[in-house]
Ligand binder design. Structure first.
Ligand code: PRP
Length: 216
């Protein structure tokens, strides 16, 4: 088969940390993905191409087989589901935590709490497990603003350094999940292109282990 192996990558911080791992596996884009407006990139491996899209779209491309493999945050997989995907490798990059957070000193109201988040499915499951009745308010960004403007009591968001919370008078409360980027593979491609994909998974597994040993 001559069709190129297609990897779907997530724009932004995950991409910056993914490219060095792929480069060590011989997969380097032929042009600067940071400055180009293109969405499809040829690589030094003539049998592999990259597409660079929003993280939330990566599982969709891979599930439908429009991409054979992808790199995406665990937060996206938890929120939007991972049906139809294999998740063979934790790349150990773009590590952060998905947390509840509230205004510094927040003690709870006793009443029904309002929670602003873009992770509505994760948040619904989390509060249901806690037996807490929460009203969910779906936002698409800047969750930290919601308590300041009294749109919500708490938020559920990604916390990395904690700087965004601190800058907005908030503090982390409870960890819901530990997040990192995952390699995902289309199930049909895993069968039809087994040797190429299995080799790449093996190479990346070794590269991830090496870089984790180097930073340990
Ligand atoms: C994420 C998240 C927080 C911030 C946390 O946003 O939503 O706002 O990073 O990082 P910190 O703890 O180091 O301050 P991101 O910048 O990824 O943009 P987004 O709102 O588009 O997700």
């Amino acid at each position: 088969m001559n069709k190129k192996l297609t990897l779907a990558l997530t724009k932004g911080r995950i991409l910056k940390e993914t490219l060095p791992l792929l480069a060590r596996a011989g997969i380097e884009p032929l042009e600067d993905v940071g400055t180009s407006r293109k969405l499809v990139f040829e690589t030094r491996r003539s049998d592999v191409q990259l597409v660079i899209i929003r993280g939330t779209d990566v599982p969709t491309y891979v599930r439908h087989g429009a991409a054979d493999m992808g790199v995406v945050g665990k937060d996206v997989l938890l929120e939007h589901g991972a049906e139809g995907l294999y998740e063979p490798l934790d790349l150990g990059i773009a590590r952060c935590r998905l947390m509840t957070a509230g205004p510094v000193g927040w003690q709870g109201t006793g009443a029904r709490i309002r929670v602003a988040t873009k992770f509505v499915n994760i948040t619904r499951r989390y509060f249901a497990r806690q037996g807490v009745h929460a009203e969910l308010i779906k936002l698409y960004g800047a969750m930290e603003l919601a308590p300041i403007m009294n749109l919500a009591d708490l938020i559920v968001d990604i916390v990395d350094t904690g700087n965004t919370l601190r800058a907005n008078g908030m503090a982390p409360l409870a960890e819901i999940a530990s997040i990192s980027s995952r390699l995902v593979v289309n199930k049909a491609a895993m069968r039809s292109r087994y040797s190429t994909i299995a080799q790449l998974i093996d190479d990346l597994t070794e590269i991830v282990q090496d870089s984790e040993n180097a930073t340990a």
